[in-house]
Design a protein around this ligand. Structure first.
Ligand code: ZN
Ligand code: ZN
Length: 357
């Protein structure tokens, strides 16, 4: 696994003329090395792959980081980096510009006398977009856990229960079934609060004849799932049904058309066109979806700004929504993987409107 990723990274580095890359981002460090400790750095050059850690991890790191030289770095990391760079006569060091603070950048510069620092933009994030079979297998399990959680939580939805109690039950369920945690702060938004796209669970009591929007996921073996379903508690009105049906139509149409070769913008437009045609365009104020993997939001995004072309192995969410202030909102979200010819759903929960009497 590590060798394959190193190979792909070195190809990217070569294309961009980067002879040495310092990885400071924790998720990228884990992705490249398999090392799960909470601190450490990675230095990749044409012929060396080094994991730099402190003494706490000198037992764990060599066991996990197959194919890496593991070095205990000096109190000032940059002194060790300078040594490795000097030994190979390297004079340019790429760093992850979205991860390094300005303060760190300044101190790197002071310690790395004579070595030029070059900002790089999302190199490993690009590798991480396309998942391998092993990653897809874990993500499938994370998705199945989200599905089982949804089935479990439907029985808890009743008037008088707070949104927070529902969120707590979701958290307990995913953790009891193998997740380290939920993959983000659970959203339980009921009644007029369901019009808040990111309404995290509050002390509001679930009522009757209203939407309950549930958006949650499992963080399972290092990967995230992300599922949204909206149900009606009590009796749905025509407006509840109408909004639900439009979101469902948009979601199903997007699922049937998303395929490799399409940009995130084109995918977004499929759903947006349907919602707009029904007159709710202004109430769909976010993108259609986002990449999903080790992090809950990664590249590529499916939105008006999505210019990345979808490729087999990419995992994204498809989550159109309509939010009507003062009334309520609906979102329906599944996780999918792009295949050679289209896409395959990872989450399988039913999307028929669930009415809880
Ligand atoms: Zn979600
Ligand atoms: Zn999402």
């Amino acid at each position: 696994m590590q060798q394959k990723r190193l190979h792909r990274l070195r190809q990217l580095m070569e294309k961009q003329g980067i002879e040495a890359l310092l990885i400071t981002n924790a998720t990228n460090r884990m992705y490249m090395t398999g090392f799960t400790g909470s601190a450490g750095y990675v230095l990749v050059t044409t012929d060396r792959a080094v994991l730099l850690i402190d003494f706490r991890y000198m037992t764990q790191a060599p066991q996990q980081a197959v194919g890496y030289e593991v070095i205990e770095h000096a109190p000032n990391l940059m002194n060790t980096i300078a040594d490795v760079m000097g030994a190979a006569r390297l004079t340019k060091l790429g760093f992850e510009q979205h991860d390094v603070t300005y303060g760190s950048y300044v101190s790197y510069g002071q310690a790395l006398n004579g070595i030029e620092l070059v900002g790089t933009d999302g190199l490993i994030e690009r590798l991480r977009m396309v998942k391998d079979e092993q990653e897809l297998a874990v993500m499938q399990e994370a998705a199945e856990l989200a599905d089982r959680t949804f089935t479990h939580i439907v029985d808890f939805l009743q008037p008088g229960v707070t949104e927070q109690e529902i969120a707590l039950e979701i958290e307990l369920y995913v953790r009891r079934h193998g997740a380290a945690s939920t993959s983000f702060e659970t959203i339980v938004a009921s009644g007029e609060r369901s019009a808040l796209p990111h309404g995290k669970a509050s002390s509001r009591l679930l009522g009757t004849n209203e939407f309950v929007k549930l958006d949650f996921g499992a963080y399972y073996q290092g990967y995230c799932s992300d599922l949204t379903r909206t149900v009606v508690l009590g009796k749905p009105t025509d407006q509840h049904r109408r909004i639900y049906d439009i979101v469902l139509e948009a979601q199903l149409e997007a699922l049937s058309r998303i395929k490799p070769g399409m940009t995130g913008r084109e995918a977004d437009a499929v759903a947006r066109e349907i919602i707009t045609r029904h007159g709710y365009g202004e109430h769909f104020g976010h993108g259609l979806g986002h990449g999903l993997g080790m992090e809950i939001h990664e590249a590529p995004r499916l939105s008006k700004l999505g210019d990345i072309v979808l490729e087999p192995g990419m995992t994204v969410t498809v989550e159109p929504g309509i939010y009507v202030p003062g009334f309520g909102g609906v979102r329906i979200e599944d996780d999918i993987v792009i295949t050679d010819t289209g896409n395959r759903r990872l989450t399988q929960s039913s999307k028929d409107l669930i009415v809880i009497p």
